[in-house]
Design a protein around this ligand. Structure first.
Ligand SMILES: CC(C)(COP(=O)(O)OP(=O)(O)OC[C@H]1O[C@@H](n2cnc3c(N)ncnc32)[C@H](O)[C@@H]1OP(=O)(O)O)[C@@H](O)C(=O)NCCC(=O)NCCS
Length: 328
């Protein structure tokens, strides 16, 4: 296959399973509420000994090996995450060292929430277009350690995980990146986010005492509305940019935040249920990791076959959205 695209896929989820019943032991919630509102049955939480870097490295190593490469072959590393290893420097610097890669360009794409990975794919493609190279792109999130475990309206939605791909060009490409769309509507920056720690609301003893650094601000209903509207419209736009029709699509891999959001997007696009990949029931919302994790799973399970046209679409805090069309 010619063109620029994915050479290898990888993913990692921690082994610790947290079910809805486990949450019901800690919070005033139950399996029925969580399942009916979100479609989530269980999620994975990192062990105390694991950090963002461990999750990222495990997914990256699988993607590099799946591409038939070694870390030495990488020319660039991009990590999409809002739950970095440390505040600064970025997770990409830690990952470069952990993988034993060369002294390559490496940077994080942070702050775009769950839309980060698909945006990073777009950036990786243009980097390869400018100079032929191999770019590792990782989406990773360890949300369980930073969220508020006492807030039932957000805590039950999230999970930890990582996904990774290697982008390059030539005969070994497994999925060509055909088109992209990404956008931002900053007037909705307050419907989803974590404010404490920035200059507007610096981290302080007072913030720590009221647990401000764990406080995810979320207007669930507005996030829901924006997510459906933006993912559906953006999916149409990328298909048009690729010069392809909806009836040619073999699989849509949407951001896995909530089954009801996924179903609403599917209805808007007029697609059958079997054309949309869902694993939110098993992993919850793993932020920027959901799309690469789902894509890697779908690929390794044989759910995606050579010749398939696949649409990725995501949304996240910002409000940001991003979509891509891939030809396997
Ligand atoms: C969060 C979300 C699941 C809530 O669903 P919803 O249908 O809007 O919820 P409802 O308004 O019907 O219910 C809210 C009620 O449930 C309660 N509730 C919230 N979390 C609960 C939980 N885990 N268990 C039981 N009850 C809960 C609330 O306190 C509220 O009670 P009240 O009406 O007495 O105040 C939904 O809005 C959503 O998925 N939004 C998108 C969120 C998202 O995807 N965020 C991440 C984006 S990357």
């Amino acid at each position: 296959m010619a063109g620029i695209g994915i050479l290898g896929f990888g993913s990692y989820v921690p082994s610790r399973v947290m079910t809805n019943d486990d949450w019901a032991e800690l919070l005033d919630t139950d399996d029925e509420w969580i399942t009916s509102r979100s479609g989530i049955k269980e999620r994975r939480f990192a062990d105390d000994s694991e950090s963002t870097l461990d999750l990222a490295a495990a997914a990256a190593e699988q993607a590099i090996s799946d591409a038939g490469l070694t870390a030495d072959d990488l020319d660039e590393i991009i990590v999409a995450t809002d739950t970095p290893e440390v505040y600064t420097p970025d997770t990409a610097a830690h990952l470069q060292h952990r993988l034993g890669a060369g002294e390559v360009t490496a940077f994080d794409l942070g702050g775009s929430g769950c839309a980060g990975f698909v945006l990073a794919l777009d950036i990786a493609k243009t980097r390869v277009q400018a100079t032929p190279k191999k770019v590792l792109v990782v989406g990773v999130e360890l949300i369980s350690r930073l969220m508020d475990w006492t807030d039932r309206s957000t805590a039950v939605l999230f999970g930890d995980g990582a996904g990774a791909v290697v982008i390059g060009e030539g005969d070994l490409v497994k999925a060509e990146l055909l088109s992209f769309d990404a956008g931002t509507d900053g007037q909705y920056s307050d419907i989803l986010g974590l404010e404490t720690g920035g200059t507007r609301r610096p981290f302080s003893l007072e913030e720590a005492q009221k647990d401000g650094h764990h406080e995810i601000a979320m207007n669930g209903r507005e996030v829901f509305r924006q997510a459906v509207r933006r993912m559906a419209a953006s999916s149409e736009i990328v298909l048009e940019r690729a010069g392809r029709r909806k009836d040619e699509v073999a699989l849509v891999i949407p951001h896995q935040a909530n089954l009801r959001i996924i179903d609403a997007v599917r209805h808007k696009l007029g697609l059958d249920e079997d054309l949309v990949y869902v694993n939110v029931d098993r992993y919850g919302n793993t932020g920027s990791a959901t799309v690469p994790l789902a894509m890697s799973e779908a690929h390794h399970e044989g759910r995606i076959k050579p010749g398939d046209l696949v649409v990725l679409t995501a949304f996240g805090a910002g409000f940001h959205w991003s979509s891509a069309v891939l030809q396997f």
